[in-house]
Design a protein around this ligand. Structure first.
Ligand SMILES: *Cc1c(COP(=O)(O)O)cnc(C)c1O
Length: 380
C-alpha cells in the first residue's frame, strides 16, 4: 500500500464525520427550506448547528457563514461578488491586489476580473515565500478595492503575516479576503482579530467531505451572489443545502479544532525529523521560510536529479506531490514565484503529513528518498 503523504491535496474523511453524516443521507432526506414539517425543521436545525461550529472556529457569529461547494467556489464568490457589488454601487475603488503564489482558485477569478475592468496588481513574494509588508504598503493605494492573500500556501506551507496585512488593509480602507483552505483546522485563526473581511475554507482539507466549504463574510459587507436560485444563504448562494455535507463540515471543523494543538505538535516533530534525515542525504534544499510554515508541511528540492525520474521512483511507495503539473509539464507557479527554475521545480517533493501519519511512514519516506537519490544522482 502507498504511504499517503499528500494531505495538502486532500485529507481522508474522519470516521466520526462520516458517522455524523450518515443519517442525513439515509434517514432524513428533507429539504431544510421546506419548513412545514418536522424532518425539514430538524434538517434546518442540523444546518444551524454546523453553521455555529464553523463560525465559532473562526471566532465570528453564525450569520457570517455562507455554505458553498468548496474553497474554489468561496473564492469566486468573494472576489467576483465584491467586484460586482462595487460596480453596482458605483464604488470608485476598482484595483485588486494579490500574490503570485496564490492558489489558481484566486488567480483565475482575479484574471477574469482584470479582463472585465478591474485593474490587477500581482505582487511577487520573497524567495522564502513570504510577502514583504513594505511592498504591500506601496501597492495598496486609494484606488484599491480588495486584497487577497492566502493564510497558508498549499505547495510550500508558508504562512503569511495575516495580522500585519489585516491592519494595513483596515488603515487603507481595503477589503481583505483570505483563502484559508490550508489553514483552518491546522493553525489558530481568529477572523476579526486578524482584520479579515472574507475567508474561504474547504471541508476536504480538514478531514471532512469533499464538495463542501464556506465563505465567511463580515456581516453587512456588500457582496453580489454569483449563483442565483432559491434564495438560500440569505440570497447569497442559491441551491438546495447539501445537509449531509454541511453536517459533515461542521463535525470536521469541530473535530479538527479538538485535536489541532496535539496534532500540530506531533506532526511538527515528525516533519522536523523528516527534514533532518533528508538534509543528511546531502544536496536537498528546503523551500519556504521554515519558521512560518504549517507544522505538517515540508517542501524540498533535490539537486542533481531528474524530476521526472525522481517522481517515477517515489510513486512506487509514496503518494506525494511534485513541483509541476505533470500533464502540462509546466513548473508550478508557486515554485517559480520563489525563483526556482523548471528543473528545480520538477525535482521538488511536497510532503504533507496528516492525522494518520506515523513515525514508520516517515521512515518509509526517508528510505524512498534515499534510494531514489542514490540511484539517480549523477556523480559530479
Ligand atoms: C484545495 C484548495 C483550494 C480549493 O478548494 P476546493 O474545496 O477543493 O475547491 C483553494 N485554495 C487552496 C489554498 C487550497 O489548498
Amino acid at each position: 500500500m502507498l504511504t499517503y503523504l499528500d494531505h495538502h491535496a486532500s485529507t481522508p474523511c474522519d470516521p466520526a464525520v462520516l458517522a455524523a453524516m450518515a443519517p442525513w443521507w439515509t434517514q432524513n432526506a428533507a429539504n431544510p427550506s421546506s419548513r412545514l414539517y418536522r424532518p425539514a425543521l430538524e434538517a434546518g436545525a442540523a444546518v444551524d448547528i454546523a453553521r455555529q461550529r464553523v463560525a465559532e472556529a473562526l471566532g465570528v457569529d453564525s450569520d457570517a457563514v455562507i455554505f458553498t461547494s468548496g474553497a474554489t467556489e468561496a473564492n469566486n464568490l468573494a472576489l467576483r461578488g465584491v467586484a460586482e457589488a462595487a460596480l453596482e454601487r458605483g464604488e470608485p475603488r476598482r484595483r485588486l491586489v494579490t500574490l503570485a503564489s496564490e492558489h489558481r482558485a484566486v488567480l483565475e477569478p482575479m484574471a477574469w476580473l482584470e479582463r472585465h475592468g478591474f485593474p490587477l496588481t500581482v505582487l511577487p513574494v520573497e524567495s522564502d515565500g513570504r510577502l514583504d509588508p513594505e511592498r504591500l504598503a506601496q501597492a495598496l493605494g486609494p484606488d484599491t478595492l480588495l486584497l487577497s492573500v492566502m493564510a497558508a500556501n498549499n505547495e510550500i506551507g508558508v504562512l503569511q503575516p495575516l495580522a500585519d496585512i489585516g491592519a494595513l488593509c483596515r488603515q487603507r480602507g481595503v477589503l481583505f479576503h483570505c483563502d484559508a483552505a490550508q489553514a483552518v483546522g491546522h493553525i489558530p485563526l481568529a477572523m476579526a482579530d486578524l482584520g479579515i473581511d472574507l475567508l474561504s475554507l474547504s471541508g476536504h482539507k480538514l478531514y471532512g467531505p469533499k464538495g463542501v466549504g464556506a465563505l465567511l463574510r463580515r456581516p453587512g459587507l456588500p457582496l453580489a451572489p454569483q449563483q442565483l436560485g432559491g434564495g438560500q444563504e440569505g440570497g447569497l448562494r442559491g441551491g438546495t443545502l447539501p445537509v449531509p455535507l454541511i453536517v459533515g463540515l461542521g463535525a470536521a471543523v469541530a473535530g479538527a479544532l479538538a485535536d489541532r494543538q496535539e496534532r500540530a505538535e506531533r506532526l511538527g516533530a515528525l516533519r522536523d525529523r523528516l527534514w533532518k534525515e533528508l538534509e543528511a542525504l546531502g544536496g536537498v534544499r528546503r523551500n519556504g521560510q521554515p519558521l512560518h510554515t504549517l507544522p505538517h508541511s515540508l517542501s524540498v528540492t533535490v539537486e542533481g536529479v531528474d524530476g521526472t525520474r525522481l517522481h517515477r521512483q517515489l510513486r512506487r511507495v509514496l503518494a506525494v506531490s511534485s513541483g509541476s503539473a505533470c500533464s502540462q509539464g509546466s513548473p508550478s507557479h508557486v515554485l517559480a514565484a520563489l525563483g526556482l527554475d523548471r528543473r528545480a521545480a520538477g525535482a521538488t517533493v511536497r510532503f504533507g503529513l496528516g492525522r494518520g501519519t506515523t513515525a514508520a511512514d516517515v521512515d518509509v519516506a526517508v528510505a524512498a528518498m534515499g534510494d531514489a537519490v542514490a540511484e539517480l544522482r549523477v556523480p559530479l
